[in-house]
Design a protein around this ligand. Structure first.
Ligand code: R5P
Length: 311
């Protein structure tokens, strides 16, 4: 087995390599002076089972191009099997036409990865499960939920006061699954703008008064969805509000917005490398998925089932 790291998330790749006890394969992934991506694999990969770890997070286009060029280099170096390990799959929110003459970029990215030469994909909490079908190669879509459950049980003492909350109607399936694992109640926030130009109304389905609310989502980007939900829950009498979100995109002033919000804590995974703002933040914490990724890689390599990782 060989593990190669792109530049998007070296700390996670190094943690995965340490958990596997497999050193990262030496590779030179760099830019020419005109910023074209150049990749040189510095070890023999002929006949090897190769895993390329690269999230397509910010800067999404550069990181995607690095992934594609690395896969191409491995294919031309006669790797036996190439698995694209993409802890955060960027472009996933563009998974359908949202209007006339708009793209389905998630499908285009899936095509690019397949055409570059990936034999399979390992990822986590895709924005929509159906994106698996955009690939005509095997794809394993791991879930952060089992890791979140362990962390919630460890950090939330009065479990009977727990209320899992979906911050929008689109996230209900994900929130319900977590509530079931924790044997907790479920509430849903329904955002509505009655008329154009009139501010959004947040209706909470469920009684959250005196409850420890945990918001669950797949992505936190600007932080608007979470912070507005946290305010609405506190206004409705919640005892506290925290959030578990798989992918901390946290663009623009998101970390500051989260810091200024009533959120006690925002927990994300390290599918995207923490920025300095995240590292020094008062209420954002990252938990690592390196062990989970390493276990999935081992099982794929040994042709064993990965389904127990979903328990
Ligand atoms: C939307 O469908 C996603 O699940 C997230 O709720 C959304 O991407 C969060 O974005 P933001 O943090 O910018 O509100």
């Amino acid at each position: 087995m060989k593990v190669i790291a792109g530049n998007s998330n070296r700390p996670l790749a190094e943690a995965i390599s340490a958990a596997l006890n497999v050193p990262l394969t030496k590779a030179n992934i760099r830019r020419f002076s005109d910023m074209e991506v150049f990749v040189e694999i510095l070890e023999n990969v002929r006949g090897e089972d190769v895993f390329v770890v690269q999230s397509t997070s910010h800067p999404a286009n550069d990181n995607l191009m690095e992934l594609l060029v690395t896969i191409d280099a491995l294919k031309r170096g006669s790797a036996r099997r190439i698995t694209a390990v993409i802890p955060y799959f960027g472009y996933a929110r563009q998974d359908r036409k949202t209007g006339p003459r708009t793209p389905i970029s998630a499908k285009l990215v899936a095509n690019l990865i397949t055409t570059a030469g990936a034999d399979r994909v390992l990822t986590m909490d895709l924005h929509a499960g159906q994106i698996q079908g955009f690939f005509d190669i095997p794809l394993d879509n791991l879930m952060a939920a089992p890791e979140f459950v362990k962390d919630i049980k460890r950090t939330t003492p009065d479990g009977d006061q727990l209320m899992i909350v979906s911050p929008d109607v689109g996230g209900v399936v994900r929130a319900r699954a977590l509530a079931k694992r924790l044997d907790a109640d479920l509430a849903i926030i329904d955002k509505r703008r009655e008329r154009a130009g009139v501010s959004e109304v947040m209706n909470i389905i469920g009684d959250v008064s005196n409850r420890r609310c945990i918001l669950v989502d797949d992505i936190v980007d600007s932080g608007g969805t979470l912070c507005n939900a946290a305010v609405a829950l506190m206004d409705a009498g919640a005892k506290s509000v925290s959030a578990y979100v798989t992918h901390g995109v946290l663009s623009g002033g998101a970390v500051a917005r989260v810091a200024a919000s009533p959120l006690q804590e925002l927990v994300t995974t390290d599918s995207i490398q923490a920025t300095e703002a995240v590292r020094v933040s008062r209420n954002v914490r990252q938990m690592t998925i390196s062990q989970l990724m390493a276990e999935a890689i081992t099982r794929i390599s040994e042709e064993r089932s990965v389904s127990s990782l979903f328990d």
